[in-house]
Design a protein. Sequence first.
Length: 202
Amino acid sequence: MTREHKIQSYIYLAATILCLIILAPNFPGIGDSLPKSWPGYKLNLGLDLQGGSYMVLGVQTDEAVKSQLSQMAGAIHSENKKFSVIKGKAISDREIEITMLGERGINEVEAYVRKSFPNLNKTDTQEDGSRRKVIYRINEQVAQQIKHDSVAQAIETVRNRIDYYGVAEPTIQRSGEDQIIVQLPSITDLKAVKQTIGSVAK
């Protein structure tokens, strides 16, 4: 063996040893026994290599908007009973209906809505006998922001619940406008996971 071949052999041997040192934390029965100062690192395997759970959760963002509208309608009703407001309710994920007895106090009610809920716009007034129904519609930009925030809140809720499992490096991210992708390495009991976090997708 020539001197050049010997040098190449030593380089290959040194490289092999270095690779073994770096990858040692990934070897079964060895990684957990190594000191924290060990120069290697543990590889994070994907779900296709190490197994785990993958889910796509749907968030009912329109229901989030409707819930906000129901709260607004309730506030308008409770704060304006003295002005003949007898009912307030959300009639869709964009509109609320305020029912009044006659016209008394209508100006005061409209002033209250403009001040307290500037993102509501009056779109229609309907006469039903002695009752007057006023329709308000939420600003579309505000509705979209509520939908966006509802997904962000759902992601945070899912993350907090997944902490219960102590999963290392879970993947929880938004997908599209109203979905959440959840990847849980090493967790294979999908039914238990769904029972724990599935209820947030409402």
